[in-house]
Design a protein around this ligand. Structure first.
Ligand code: SGN
Ligand code: CA
Length: 513
């Protein structure tokens, strides 16, 4: 093993290895990043992520391989799809870190390494000189962090800010003789979408535009879609998600689920609760008074507004964190020798198809935001169109560090796509989703090209085919449409070719583990 590390490091090609600052969040939909344009760009700008994009590159077609937290993170750490790194579902035993990992490789080749914030790979981080992580999903308010000695410590304040403070503190104290690899990973904007107190009022008086599919009827696609459990209408919890506590309802019955307590509220200090109530209290009272006169659809619309304002407010703190980190680099003369990435573990539904959550291979959750500034490499303000995937991050960082890319890595360094030299770049992506989980999304396996998407649902033995050009919202499967028979054959063939290429086991194996 030592010999292998030595050989990998011996191939160093750069005199000076760049620092790598990996800024990461959880469930950040592209639609809520203004650099991607879209209908929220003016209402909810993200000036700091935009600043990174303007001084670097932002990818229009960046995807995950398995749209769920732990699996996406395991892929980033290993450069391999889920079936190869063994982390198929959040509910598994944890990342087997005896395999090759990015952190071990960079640490072994001279980097000072740290991960701070959400980790979610069950087993404690290996290959990091320093780590301080949220246990499991973590909390927004007064969160606890697991320390390297195994102890759990509570910190007062807002998780996004605390994570950033810790990241900056580590940068200040790091071994400055070495290049650094720092993963600064936020819980936000993940459920339960609890904003910082200073952002509670950020969207007062604003009406968030509704996606055209907020009331999707799920026709013309697999019947499994209608069985989902991630609808704003039928599943978004009143107290837990929508922040209307039972004691605020004046005896009025609300349509929809009410299963969980107000977890974040319970964690707050008294002064925090006072500010929270000062914001939500009057709004909730006005809503409760109106409920008897509202139609069911109006109530769903109200929930959508509540969801989105809180989600976008949590994004504001993430964006501020990105700004603080970029400022730190500027002030400390690190900008010119630091690669900065902003990404999130997958996309998210912001009301599209009536949903919150992710998991499906549809564009909103299959896509991952990805912005990168690589001094001397990225063309400021560029928007590469190549289809990249999270299997590509590890080899990209290895190439930047001048470290040999081990053959087991399934992704490719994205360097050619940044240099306008992407001839021969992949024209199709492989996708797998194994976890049925909380929101009742069935396993599915698919392929996406620049124009079409095909996926297979083993449980119901169904195929779905979408024409991404004519039907960008993916509202109609054309799998059985005779005019698509040629495309269908091509994609089916490509699907099997990719499965062979990535050495995917039979789809039936997906049960268990
Ligand atoms: C939690 C959430 C789910 C979410 C999963 C996976 N429930 O279980 O809504 O789909 O995480 O998210 S919560 O009540 O705990 O918020 S992931 O990002 O970790 O994959
Ligand atoms: Ca996630």
């Amino acid at each position: 093993m030592k010999l292998l590390t030595f050989l990998a490091c011996a191939s160093l090609v750069q005199a000076k290895q760049p620092n790598i600052l990996f800024l990461f969040s959880d469930d950040h939909a592209l639609r809520s990043i203004s650099a991607y344009g879209g209908d929220l760009a003016k209402i909810a700008p993200t000036p700091n992520i935009d600043r990174l994009a303007a001084t670097g590159a932002i990818f229009e077609n960046s995807f995950c391989g398995n749209s769920i937290c732990g699996p996406s993170r395991a892929t980033i750490m290993t450069g391999k799809h889920s079936h190869k790194n063994g982390f198929l579902r959040n509910t598994g035993k944890g990342l087997d870190q005896s395999q090759w990992t990015l952190s071990k490789a960079l640490q072994g080749c001279g980097y000072s390494t740290a991960v701070i914030g959400k980790w979610h790979l069950v087993s404690d981080p290996i290959g990091f000189d320093y780590w301080e992580i949220l246990p499991g999903q973590g909390n927004y308010y007064n969160p606890v962090f697991k320390q390297m000695d195994g102890s759990i410590k509570k910190f007062n304040g807002y998780c996004t800010d605390i994570t950033t403070d810790k990241a900056i503190k580590w940068l200040d104290k790091r071994d400055k003789e070495k290049p650094f690899f720092l993963m600064c990973q936020h819980k936000a904007p993940h459920r339960t979408f609890a904003p910082a107190l200073r952002h509670l009022k950020a969207f007062d008086g604003v009406t968030i535009p509704e996606p055209p599919t907020l009331f999707d009827d799920y026709q013309k696609r697999s019947g499994t879609l209608a069985k989902n459990e991630m609808e704003i209408d039928r599943h978004f919890d009143w107290a837990y998600d929508a922040k209307v506590r039972k004691d605020e309802r004046n005896g009025i019955k609300l349509p929809g689920p009410d299963r969980y307590p107000t977890v974040e509220y319970r964690r707050m200090t008294k002064p925090q609760k006072t500010r929270w109530d000062a914001h939500f209290g009057p709004e909730n009272r006005a809503f409760i008074e109106k409920v008897p006169t509202m139609t069911h659809k109006d109530i769903v619309r109200w929930k959508y507004q509540r969801y989105m304002k809180n989600y976008l407010a949590t994004v504001k703190a993430v964006d501020e964190s990105v700004g603080r980190m970029l400022d730190y680099l500027d002030k400390n003369g690190l900008t010119e020798n630091t690669i900065v990435v902003y990404a999130s573990d997958q996309g998210f539904y912001l009301g599209e198809h009536g949903w919150y959550d992710k998991r499906w291979m549809f564009e909103e959750s299959f896509k991952m935001p990805f912005a990168i500034r690589w001094p001397g490499v990225t063309e400021p303000g560029s928007r590469p169109k190549e289809m990249i995937q999270n299997i590509d991050y590890a080899p990209t960082f290895l190439e930047a560090a001048g470290v040999a890319i081990p053959p087991e890595i399934q992704g490719n360094s994205i360097l050619p796509t940044l240099q306008g030299n992407a001839e021969g770049w992949r024209k199709s992506l492989y996708y797998s989703y194994y976890e049925r989980g909380e929101h009742n999304v069935p396993q599915h396996f698919g392929v996406r090209t620049e124009t079409h998407k095909l996926f297979y649902l083993p449980e119901t033995n169904e195929w779905q085919l979408f024409d991404l050009i004519k039907d960008p919202q993916e509202l109609k499967s054309v799998h059985d449409n005779p005019s698509y028979s040629k495309i269908r054959k091509q994609l089916t063939k490509e699907f099997h070719r990719l499965r062979e290429h990535y050495e995917a086991p039979p789809m039936k194996m997906a049960k268990g583990s």
